[in-house]
Design a protein around this ligand. Structure first.
Ligand code: HEC
Ligand code: HEC
Length: 279
């Protein structure tokens, strides 16, 4: 075999194994967008004593979610993802498996991220690996909660942007995982037969608790009576048409990053949800 043949063979092997996006600025930009509307840093960032996120430590882990410590997602080799390949990060996102074989447990949203397309999952991985490394050792939490089991995902095709409803579902359900908070759970996982019906309770930042609302067309006092523009203002500014403000569990500051087209398609998806009659 000549050297050229070997080089071609190697190039093909790399392509088949999954092309690295590390040096692709467009992919990294896409990854940045997806992690913003996917509110990854909402959980993967530590908070100070008043509960405010420490933005200088964005993605550096050490936050709490569902009782588990959130890992450091910056590429620090000792305390973060520095030794992980893009493929290993994709595997953690879509199949909930770490390189050491350990599980990635809920509330990390593998249930929804499983549907990330190959190139979007890889763009997210490339973006995380492009971040400045932050050294922050986070202990992996112990947990005895039963683990969800999933059919392994190896390939997810690109969603078709021309199919507005399907793409709105992809943006809202898969990436922004709106239904993770807004769907009642059975055995710890969302009960999609009541997708968007609401009902989960969260600690409110100022104390007390707040319930994630019903965001299906079955909510006559909410989404059903709001215009598209009003609904968009709730999602991206946290202000309802009556002037009341959401308390801040929902990360509307991150959702403000939705592109206008994606937001349109997201609204179309919410309006297509089966009406659920939950209060
Ligand atoms: C609801 C909070 C939450 C959100 C939102 C979230 N994560 Fe996580 N993530 C976690 C928790 C908690 C763990 C640790 C799970 C465990 O210990 O088993 C985790 C684990 C991970 C891991 C495995 C790292 C390791 O060292 O084991 C990766 C990679 C990851 N998350 C990436 C992401 C990305 C990318 C996003 C956004 C698309 C995201 N996460 C959004 C809570 C969250
Ligand atoms: C981290 C959990 C969480 C996620 C993720 C989330 N929300 Fe929310 N959302 C809430 C909570 C909690 C409330 C109630 C807040 C309040 O009453 O102040 C809420 C309120 C709302 C409301 C107001 C409804 C009403 O009738 O008052 C809408 C609309 C909404 N969310 C849509 C969305 C959409 C669309 C997404 C995805 C882009 C999303 N949410 C993602 C937790 C979440």
């Amino acid at each position: 075999m000549t050297n050229t043949m070997r080089a071609v063979g190697l190039a093909i092997a790399l392509l088949v194994g999954g092309k690295s996006f590390a040096a692709d600025p467009a992919a990294i930009e896409r990854g940045k967008y997806l992690t913003t509307i996917g509110i990854c840093s909402g959980c993967h960032t530590p908070t100070d004593q008043s509960g405010k996120r420490i933005e200088a430590m964005r993605f550096a882990g050490g936050g709490k979610a569902g009782g588990l410590n959130t890992p450091n997602l910056t590429p620090d080799p000792e305390t973060g993802l520095g030794k992980w390949t893009e493929d290993q990060i994709v595997e953690a996102l879509r199949n909930g498996k770490r390189p050491d074989g350990g599980p990635v447990r809920p509330p990390m949203g593998v249930f929804f991220y499983r549907a990330l397309s190959d190139s979007d999952a890889r763009a997210i991985a490339a973006y995380l690996l492009s971040l400045p490394p932050v050294s922050n050792k986070v202990e992996r939490s112990a947990s005895t909660a039963p683990l969800p089991t999933y059919e392994p995902v190896t390939h997810v095709a690109e969603p078709n942007r021309a199919d507005k409803l399907a793409y709105g579902e992809y943006i809202g359900k898969t990436v922004a995982h709106c239904l993770q908070c807004h769907t009642p759970r059975v055995n710890g996982l969302p009960d999609l037969s009541r997708a968007g019906g609401g009902g989960n309770s969260y600690n409110a930042p100022g104390g007390g608790s707040v319930v994630a609302a019903n965001i299906t067309p079955g909510n006559a006092d909410g989404i059903a009576k709001w215009t598209d523009d009003q609904l968009k203002a709730v999602i991206t500014k946290g202000v309802r048409p009556d002037g009341s403000h959401l308390v801040g569990v929902m990360e509307f500051d991150r959702y403000a990053a939705f592109t206008p087209e994606d937001l349109d398609m997201l609204v179309g998806f919410l309006r297509s949800l089966k009406p659920v009659a939950m209060k």
